[in-house]
Every structure is written in C-alpha cells, then in structure tokens.
Design a protein around this ligand. Sequence first.
Ligand code: 13P
Ligand code: SF4
Length: 320
Amino acid sequence: MSLPLADASRAIDPSLDLAKEITRLKKERNAIILAHYYQEGEIQDLADFLGDSLALAQAAKKADADVICFAGVHFMAETAKILNPKRTVVVPDMRAGCSLADGCPADKFAAWRAMHPDAVSITYINCSAEVKALSDIICTSSNAEKIVASIPADKTILFAPDKNLGRYLEKKTGRKMVHWQGSCIVHETFSERKLIALTIRHPEAEVIAHPECEEPLLRHAHFIGSTTALLNYAISSPKREFIVATEAGILHQMQKKAPDKVFIPAPPEANCACNDCPYMKMNTLEKLYLSLRDLTPALEMPTELLERARLPIDRMLALS
Ligand code: 13P
Ligand code: SF4
C-alpha cells in the first residue's frame, strides 16, 4: 500500500510554533477545540474542553462558537454536528474512524432490527449517524445503566454495537439483551495473563477499567467506568497506584491531575502499542492546525439525516 503524497497546498512553514498558531487561529476563527481523553497530550493541552463521549456531546450542543474543531474520532464529530448543525464542525483527519462504528453498517443493523420488531434498540454512541437514525435511544458508557433502566421491563433490548459493554450492562442491570457482535480493537487487546502478572508485582495497585474491555479482564477491576469516571476515581481515591485498562491517552490527564500518583497502562497481549487507538492517534498537532487554518475537512450531512439522528440522541440527553 502506498501512502498518499503530501498536498503542497497543505504545507506548513516549519518555523511555526504550532501551539501558538492554534491559539491564535482559535481567536481569529471564533473556534473552540473539543478533545477526547484519548488524544495526544499536546492536543489535550490545547483543548477548550476535554471529556468523555457524553460530556463532549453536551459541550457540543451548547457551544456558541462559530467553529467547533473536534479532536476525536468521526462519530464524535458527527454527533457534534447533529447537536449543533449551524456551526462549522472541522476535524483534523476525516479518516479517524472507530472499529465499533465500522463493524456496524446501517443496512445490516436495519436487517437485525427488522428481525426483532417488538424490541427497543439501545445503541452505543460509537456508531454512524445512519445507525443512530435507526435506533430508539443512544447511550454512552457513562449513562448506559440509566438508559437501560428507562426501558419498560417487558421489552426486549437490542444492544449494539459493543458486545462487551452490552454484557457488562446485562450483568449490572439484570436485563436480558440481544447483542450485536462488535468490539473495540483497543479494549479487547488487554491481556488477562499479563494483567495478573502485573498485579502480583504491584499488589497495592487498583485495577481500573473501561467497560469496553472483555469480561475476563473486567473481573479483575476494582472500578469500572467511562473515561471521565476513571479519571475522577483515580483523582479522589486514597490509593496511590493504578493499573489503567483503557486507551493510553487518558494517562496524560491522570498524571496531570494527580502528579503524585503512579499510573501503569494495562499491558496488551502482543508486544505492541495496541493500547493506543490507531484512529484517535491519526490526529496530530499539524492536522489540527491545518483544520483551523483552512476550515477543512468540515463535516457536511444531509438535513434529513441530521434530524433523524438527533431524535435518539436527544432522548439520551433528556435522561442524562
Ligand atoms: P468514553 O470516553 O465515553 O468513556 O468512551 C471511550 C471510547 O472508547 C470512545 O471511543
Ligand atoms: Fe473506537 Fe475503540 Fe478507538 Fe474508542 S478506542 S474510538 S471505541 S476503536
């Protein structure tokens, strides 16, 4: 596979101080940067707002800047556009997808729903706008239990696309669900075997994990929650050492907010950096700068899709 050649019109003067330029462009464009915790530290440090998927959606909805620059992945920027369609939403790299969203194409999702006509579908926010538009209600990792509890007990729940989050919710809430068989390539990479070895070496450490992790790994967790919940737990816990089973970007914020504590990334099975999300890490300072300088790539979506996808997100926000 050959890489695309650099576009000369997108060249950057190498002498530029990008952090300074980004700050200048934010003012000039009346723009804000919303960033997820899985971004590189240097991007997190430039963000006006950092958060988990729910907090980012809420921030996008109330943003009154002309431009929202979304440093995250495609489905997050799409959600921002759905919730605030009048704003220009730019992304550093339009190709920054998500294995959960990619593994749940709208036509297959529609066929799956049609097989369960009386069921209610709760869909994790990590999906495309088309799939959102076909869902009854959206959830994130921080409000999923509340959303499940809002569904009448006699209704079958279809949960998509993350089978790991779905199984975790099933166990937590006692509600039976029909699961879409998707997973996150980052969270399924952690090795239970290596985690056990690590807990023996660090007997004082608490294991904290994201519910996208597989069940055998979650069994070792002292605390399970969204990225924001993990961060808050690590800050407020009296413990000093944590083994963190989620994407490694969050460690930047943990270290910043609790500099005296020790954060150890949970080990992947292979000797790789697979606990870095390859999609989240497509965003770089250079691309962030270009997106603000050129206001491209910008998200464009048909009005009809925006409106249909907004309904199940609004239902979620009303319960959050
Ligand atoms: P939260 O930040 O909402 O916990 O989501 C994690 C994630 O994987 C986002 O893609
Ligand atoms: Fe998707 Fe997993 Fe990356 Fe989150 S960490 S964006 S769920 S692939």
